[in-house]
Every structure is written in C-alpha cells, then in structure tokens.
Design a protein around this ligand. Structure first.
Ligand SMILES: Nc1ncnc2c1ncn2[C@@H]1O[C@H](COP(=O)(O)OP(=O)(O)OP(=O)(O)O)[C@@H](O)[C@H]1O
Length: 350
C-alpha cells in the first residue's frame, strides 16, 4: 500500500534525519482528523533495522498519555515505512521559544511547560523507556500552545534490566557528559536533556552551544553554561544546577523533581489543569469530592467519558490527584499521591 491510496497529502510539515513528515487527511471522509504521516525510506536499511523500526512503531502505539503524541498506525509502502500520528497544530517548543523574540517567559509559564514535559517523561520512564532524543524540536504543542506532547521516539529503546543501550545518538547540544565520554545512555541522560530544555525555556537559548562539535563537547564535559539571569529565582537556578550535574548519580530522577518543593505545586496544577482540558468535570459533581477525570487516549484532547479510566491512568502514573471542594467551604483541598507519599494542598477559594 502507498500513503496516497488511503490519505491525501496536504503539505510537508518538516524533515528530520530519518524521514519526511506530511500533513495528511484520510480520503473519503469529509471531517477526517488531520494526521501527520512520517515516511522513513527503507532504502539502505537491513532487514534487522527494518524490524527494529517496526518494533519501535509497535511500542509507540502502546504508549498512552496526554503529554505524549498519539501514534495511531504504521504500514509498509514499496520503499518506505509510514508512521501515522497525531498532528500537533501548535508546532514545536523550539518555535515557541523563537517566537518570544528575546522576551523571557514568566517563571510560572516556564515551570508549567517544564512540569508537563516531566509528566510525559515520568510515564516513559515508568515503562522503562528512555527517550534518547529529548530536545525542543521534539516537544510539540497543541493549537493553543498550552499543552505539550513529547514526540520523535525514533531512537528510543526499551531498556530491559540486562541490556543498557549505549549507542551514541542525539543532537549534540543535548548530549550528556556520560554520552560524550562514550559511556552508556540511561534515564539520567534523559534528565540531563530535560535540564537543557529547562535552561532554554528560561534563557531562550541553548545551555550548551558553540561554533562546532568540539566546542560544544568541551562545554558539556565541564558543565559550562552562561549563568541564568536575575529573572530566574534562586530555587529554579538551584534546580537547573542539580539537573545539569556532571555526575549522573547526583542528578535527580523524574520523581525527585516532581516532588521537590519548587515543582510539587506545579505538578498538582498541571495534573488538575490537564484534567480540566482533557475532560472537564461535570458541573453537578463539582460540589462533591471529585476524582478528576482524564481520558488516557492520546489521539485527541477529547472529553473524558469515564472517571475510572482516569483513575486507572493516574494509577499507572503512580500519581493520583483528587480535587475536594465544597460550595459551602471556603477552602479547596487538592491531594496528590506520588508513589506512597500523599501531598495535601489547601487553598482559600475566591
Ligand atoms: N506530530 C507532529 N505534528 C506537527 N508537526 C510535526 C509532528 N511531527 C513532526 N513534526 C514537524 O516535523 C519536523 C521534523 O520531524 P522529525 O520527527 O522527522 O524530525 P526531527 O525531530 O526534527 O529530527 P530527527 O528525527 O532527525 O531527530 C519537526 O521538527 C516538526 O516541526
């Protein structure tokens, strides 16, 4: 089958090292959702490599999280593999940063985006999957540019306990010190890349940049980056410093970051806001203790139909947020459980 048999190709939205991304629409369906089809040429690939790509595509289809781009399907064409995925209308985080034209985001905005990325990564890491290519070009946005979606797991690999993936893959600016030293890639390398993204959100430029590869590598090995400006709080500067630690053992895990005092309230807010965006709580149930609903389908930002689906989703996430609010009470309480710890956040209403 060829892409054109089933889909109308509307335009090219981007090109990566491995393929072309087309905006497409299913033929014969008037109101069909627009999708992205990434075509990866088979030319020059061994059967093993082809199998690996298909294995990756199978893995992607199993991922189910609002902060991860929805992967719908894949099929083999005469000379390429076509991967069908959700269209992120808001473009990339790299574009969003560029569009700021030097005007810094507020700290609250930065930390909201950052926490969303964190939640997506937490989901992947909970499945023992490392991203391997986290960068602002691979962080996509919804139309309103309020929700992020992690994408491009073309080189992600499921880590099993015996094998540690050690191939050197990635854009040089986000490579961790252990990678440039030729050591193994692991989840802490994703954390390093996350720190680079956080730095970029604050400073609107890359943490480690240079004229050429050796210059970039030198800065990475020395963890040499321009200090964060005065517009960034000490807590955030400390967090960036901890994440961009040269020693991977000193770097925090996703869960450590999610539950640190600076980020915890953002974790709660993002979980609750996402609940609102993904599945608004029916009006009549707002006056009762409410289990926030969120549909775990990644295909669209659609309304949740089943609270139990949501609860199951958060359970898989190991993070359950519950919003207790009463029309008579002047306080609203939010509790979140991360692992075995429950956090309670009480705020005065109105
Ligand atoms: N699902 C999507 N929705 C909207 N735009 C997308 C989507 N996927 C990719 N794009 C656009 O296409 C561009 C190319 O994507 P692609 O995944 O092929 O490569 P890349 O991530 O830029 O680089 P590489 O794959 O070489 O690491 C992206 O930068 C983005 O602008």
């Amino acid at each position: 089958m060829e892409v054109e048999d089933k889909y109308e190709k509307l335009r090219v939205v981007g090109r990566g090292a491995f393929g072309i991304c087309w905006l497409c629409k299913k033929k014969g369906e008037e109101n069909a959702e627009k999708v992205i089809i990434k075509t990866i040429p088979l030319h020059g690939l061994s059967t093993k490599e082809e199998q690996e790509i298909k294995g990756e595509a199978d893995l992607l289809r199993k991922m189910n999280h609002p902060m991860i781009i929805g992967y719908y399907d894949y099929f083999t064409c005469t000379d390429s593999i076509a991967i069908v995925m959700q269209f992120a209308e808001g473009g990339t985080l790299e574009n969003l940063i560029r569009d700021q034209r030097g005007v810094h985001f507020s700290e609250a905005i930065v930390l909201k985006y950052f926490t969303q990325i964190l939640l997506g990564l937490e989901y992947m890491h909970s499945l023992n999957i490392v991203h391997r290519d986290l960068k602002t070009q691979n962080i996509l946005l919804n139309r309103k540019r309020t929700l992020i979606k992690l994408s491009d797991f073309g080189v992600s690999k499921q880590l099993n306990t015996r094998s540690v993936a050690s191939t050197l893959i990635g854009t040089p600016n986000y490579l961790s010190p252990e990678m440039v030293e030729g050591r193994s890639y692991n989840m802490k390398s994703d954390i390093w890349a996350l720190g680079c993204v956080l730095y970029e959100l604050f400073m609107l430029r890359r943490a480690f940049d240079g004229e050429n590869l050796p210059a970039i590598v030198m800065k990475i090995t020395q963890q040499k980056y321009a200090p964060l400006g005065n517009h960034v709080s000490k807590e955030s500067r400390d967090l960036v410093g901890k994440i961009l630690s040269g020693n991977e053992d000193s770097r925090p895990t996703v869960k450590d970051i999610m539950t640190c005092p600076l980020i915890l309230s953002y974790t709660l807010t993002v979980v609750l806001d996402t609940g609102r965006i993904m599945g608004s709580v029916p009006e009549k149930r707002r006056s009762q203790p409410t289990q926030l609903t969120m549909r775990a389908r990644t295909g669209s930002d659609s309304i949740a139909s089943s609270p139990s689906t949501t609860a199951a989703y958060y359970r898989t996430q190991n993070l359950i947020a519950t919003n207790h609010s009463s029309s008579r009470s002047s306080f609203s309480t939010t509790t979140a459980s991360v692992g075995s710890t429950t956090y309670i956040n009480t705020v005065r209403k109105g």
